[in-house]
Design a protein around this ligand. Structure first.
Ligand code: FAD
Length: 621
C-alpha cells in the first residue's frame, strides 16, 4: 500500500543522527517523516549515558548553534556537569555531562513530538525505492511505501548487526533491539563500498550491591556548567556524584586466563573496534605492564539503580564478566543487571559521500551517523544535522551547504571522512582540527548561528538571543578599549598588588585584561562594573587575551583559503596531468576531490602534486 501523504524528506532511524536530521529538515519547513523501529527508543543512548567531553563537546555546541536538540536535551537530562581541561587554554576546554538516560530520551521525544512539519512512524524500513539513480522512497517491513525524493539513512549499528557475548553470537541491532538484516542486504546490492566495524559496551551494575565508601568520589563542578547557549542551570535536574575505582592484577589474571573465550582473540569477530575506547581485554593485552586501569562508576539516572562502569567494556562470556566485576574494589558483591557485549555491523565507506553527506551514486540518498564509520552520539548528531539540512536544501531546490575545516568541527569531521575514509571507528578529538584556536566550544554560536539562520535551520528565539549576545560582546569590547585607568587612581591601587608592580602609565581596561596576572573578573572587581552575562564576559576575555594568536591563525586561514577553495571539476581527466605518480593519480581518480584543499588533504597527495593540479587548472581557464 502507498502511504497517502507525500513527504519531502524521509529519515530512517531515530537515534542521535536521525533525530537531529529529522528536526533540522522540519525546522527548515519541509514535510519530513521520521521512520524508526520503535518510538520508545527515540534518542536512546546505546552505551555510556554521557554527552560531551574532549573534542565531542565542540560538536555538541555546534549542533546547538544550529538550533539542534542535543545540548538542550543534555541540560534537561544532565545529572553531573564538568568542564574538562578547565586549567588549559580555551581551545581544548570541554564540557561533559552525565545524563539520566530516561530524562534525556524524554527531552528528545518531546522536541520531536512538538516539531511542526514532522511526522513520526514506527516500522522497520526494509528497502529503498530507487529509479534512474534517484531515490524515490522507502518500503517498510509490512510493505507500506512512503515516497520522498530525499532519504536520510541513519541506521546506527543495526545494519547486519551481530551481537557477541563470549563465543556465542546472535543477530541484534543493540541489546534488546532487532537488527536490520533485510535493509542491509538491499544496501549491499547498491554500488557502495561496505565493510564491518565493531564496538562494545560494559555490563551494567546494580548500585545497591556496590560499596561506594571505598571508591573515590567525583562531584560535578561548582558553579554548574550548562551545555546549550540557551541553557540555564535551573533547567538541570538534581545533581549527583560519580565515583572512581580501578582494575587490579587479579582482574587482569582473570582476563588473561580466559582470552581464548574472547570472540575477538578467538578470531570470531572480523570488524575493527574503536582504538580510543578499547575493551578491557584489549587494554590488558595492549598495556601488559599496567597493574590497574581506571573504572569510572557512572549512575545511569535518578530513578534507576543501574550503574555504567566506564572502562570495562567487554565481550568475554558472562561467567568471566562476573569474575571481572567482582574482582574490582567496591564491587566484590556486585550484581550484573545487563551483560556486556560487542556488536559487529555494516558501515559504508564515507569516501563514497559528498560533503553534503549525499551519496555520490544515488541522488537524494544521504547517510549520517555510525553507518559512516564514526562512533559516538556527538559525531552521529552532528552528521545527522548536516544531512538533514542538506536534504531540506535539496528539497527546496537550493545549493548544499557544508562548513569548512576552519568554520566548524563538523567541517573537520566530514572532510576527514570523505577525504580519508576510515578503517576503524572514527571519533572526534581537538587534535584533528588544525585551527583549534578559532574552533572553540565557547564560540560555536558566533561561528555558525548566523549561517544557520540564513539557511533557515535556526529559529527566531535563538536568533534573537544570539543577536543580543553578539551586540553585548561588541559593546563591551568597545567600552574596554575606551575606558582608561590612571596611575594612582583607586582602581590602579587595587590592581597593583595583583600586577606585582606599580602602574607607571595610563592603561585601557583592555590592556589591563591582556596582562597575564589579570583577567576580566579581577579588573571588573576593581572597577565595580562589567557585564553580568557569563557567556559575554567569557567571550570578551578570550578575544582579548588570545587576540595575537587568533589573528595569526586567521591570517593563515586566509592565505590557504585563496587556493583552497579553487574547485576541481568532477569530470577532471587526471590522466591528462603530466608529472603525477600513478599512486597519486589513482587516489585522485578514486576520491575525485571537489577542491584543491580537499585534494591536498588526501593522504599521500604531496604539495608538489597540488602545484601540478593548480598549474593544470590555470591552463584550462
Ligand atoms: P543509533 O543511535 O544506533 O540509532 C539507530 C536508529 O536507527 C535506532 O533508533 C534504530 O532503531 C533505527 N533503525 C535501524 N535500522 C532501522 C530500520 N531498518 N528501520 C527503521 N529504523 C531503524 N559510542 C561511543 O562514543 N563510545 C562507546 O564506547 C560506544 N559504545 C557503544 C557500544 C554499543 C554496544 C553500541 C550499540 C554503541 C556504542 N557507541 C559508543 C556508539 C553510539 O551509541 C553510537 O555512535 C550512536 O548511538 C550512533 O548514533 P546513530 O544515530 O548513528 O545510531
Amino acid at each position: 500500500m502507498d502511504f497517502p501523504k507525500r513527504f519531502d524528506v524521509i529519515v530512517i532511524g531515530g537515534g542521535h543522527a536521525g533525530t537531529e536530521a529529522a528536526l533540522a529538515a522540519a525546522r527548515m519547513g519541509v514535510r519530513t517523516l521520521l521512520l524508526t523501529h520503535n518510538i520508545e527508543t527515540l534518542g536512546q543512548m546505546s552505551c555510556n549515558p554521557a554527552i560531551g567531553g574532549i573534542g565531542k563537546s565542540h560538536l555538541v555546541k555546534e549542533i546547538d548553534a544550529l538550533d539542534g536538540a542535543m545540548a538542550r536535551a543534555t541540560d534537561l537530562g544532565g545529572i553531573q556537569f564538568r568542564v574538562l581541561n578547565s586549567r588549559k587554554g580555551p581551545a581544548v576546554r570541554a564540557t561533559r555531562a552525565q545524563a539520566d538516560r530516561i530524562l534525556y530520551k524524554a527531552a528528545v521525544r518531546d522536541m520531536l513530538e512538538n516539531q511542526p512539519n514532522l511526522t513520526l512512524f514506527q516500522q522497520a524500513a526494509d528497502d529503498l525505492i530507487v529509479a534512474g539513480g534517484q531515490v524515490k522512497g522507502v518500503v517498510t517491513q509490512m510493505g507500506l511505501k512512503f515516497y520522498a525524493e530525499q532519504v536520510v539513512l541513519t541506521a546506527g549499528t543495526f545494519l547486519g548487526g551481530l551481537i557477541h557475548i563470549g563465543l556465542e553470537n546472535y543477530s541484534g541491532g543493540r541489546a534488546g533491539d532487532p537488527p536490520s538484516i533485510r535493509l542491509a542486504q538491499r544496501l549491499r546490492e547498491l554500488p557502495l563500498r561496505v565493510d564491518r566495524l565493531k564496538t562494545g559496551t560494559p555490563p551494567r551494575i546494580d548500585a545497591r550491591t556496590v560499596d561506594f565508601s571505598v571508591m573515590g568520589v567525583q562531584p560535578g563542578d561548582t558553579p554548574t556548567p550548562v551545555m546549550s547557549y540557551l541553557g540555564n542551570v535551573s533547567q538541570h535536574p538534581r545533581q549527583i556524584n560519580c565515583f572512581i575505582t580501578h582494575t587490579n592484577e587479579r582482574t587482569h589474571d582473570i582476563i588473561r586466563a580466559n582470552l581464548d573465550r574472547s570472540p575477538m582473540y578467538a578470531g570470531v569477530i572480523e570488524g575493527v573496534g574503536p582504538r580510543y575506547c578499547p575493551s578491557i581485554e584489549d587494554k590488558v593485552v595492549r598495556f601488559a605492564d599496567r597493574d590497574g586501569h581506571q573504572v569510572f562508576i557512572e549512575p545511569e539516572g535518578l530513578t534507576t539503580h543501574e550503574l555504567y562502569p566506564n572502562g570495562i567494556s567487554t565481550s568475554l562470556p558472562f561467567d568471566v564478566q562476573l569474575q571481572i566485576v567482582n574482582s574490582i574494589r567496591g564491587m566484590e558483591n556486585a550484581h550484573i543487571v545487563r551483560p556486556g557485549y560487542a556488536i559487529e555491523y555494516d558501515f559504508f565507506n564515507p569516501q563514497d559521500l559528498q560533503a553534503s553527506l549525499e551519496t555520490k551514486v544515488i541522488n537524494g540518498l544521504f547517510f549520517a551517523g555510525q553507518i559512516n564509520g564514526t562512533t559516538g552520539y556527538e559525531e552521529a548528531g552532528a552528521q545527522g544535522l548536516l544531512a538533514g539540512i542538506n536534504a531540506a536544501l535539496r528539497a527546496q531546490g537550493k545549493d548544499s551547504w557544508s562548513p569548512r575545516r576552519d568554520e566548524a568541527y563538523v567541517g573537520v569531521l566530514v572532510d576527514d571522512l570523505i577525504t580519508q575514509g576510515t578503517s576503524e571507528p572514527y571519533r572526534m578529538f581537538t587534535s584533528r582540527a588544525e585551527y583549534r584556536l578559532i574552533l572553540r566550544e565557547d564560540n560555536a554560536d558566533l561561528r555558525l548561528t548566523e549561517i544557520g539562520y540564513r539557511l533557515g535551520v535556526v529559529g527566531e528565539e535563538r536568533w534573537q538571543a544570539f543577536c543580543a549576545k553578539r551586540e553585548a560582546i561588541e559593546l563591551e569590547r568597545q567600552r574596554l578599549k575606551d575606558v582608561w585607568i590612571q596611575p594612582n587612581s583607586d582602581v590602579a591601587q587595587q590592581l597593583e598588588p595583583l600586577m606585582g608592580q606599580p602602574m607607571s602609565r595610563q592603561n585601557s581596561l583592555e590592556e589591563l585584561i591582556r596582562r597575564p596576572e589579570l583577567d576580566y573578573a579581577k579588573v571588573m572587581q576593581a572597577t565595580g562594573d562589567g557585564v553580568s552575562d557569563e557567556q559575554v564576559a567569557e567571550q570578551v576575555e578570550i578575544e582579548i587575551k588570545y587576540a595575537g594568536y587568533i589573528d595569526r591563525q586567521l591570517e593563515e586561514i586566509e592565505r590557504l583559503r585563496r587556493s583552497e577553495n579553487m574547485p576541481l571539476p568532477q569530470d577532471m581527466d587526471y590522466d591528462q596531468i603530466g608529472g603525477l605518480s600513478n599512486e597519486i593519480r589513482s587516489k585522485l581518480k578514486n576520491i575525485r576531490p571537489s577542491s584543491i584543499g580537499q585534494a591536498g588533504r588526501i593522504p599521500g597527495v604531496t604539495p608538489a602534486a597540488v602545484s601540478l593540479l593548480l598549474v593544470h587548472l590555470k591552463k584550462r581557464q
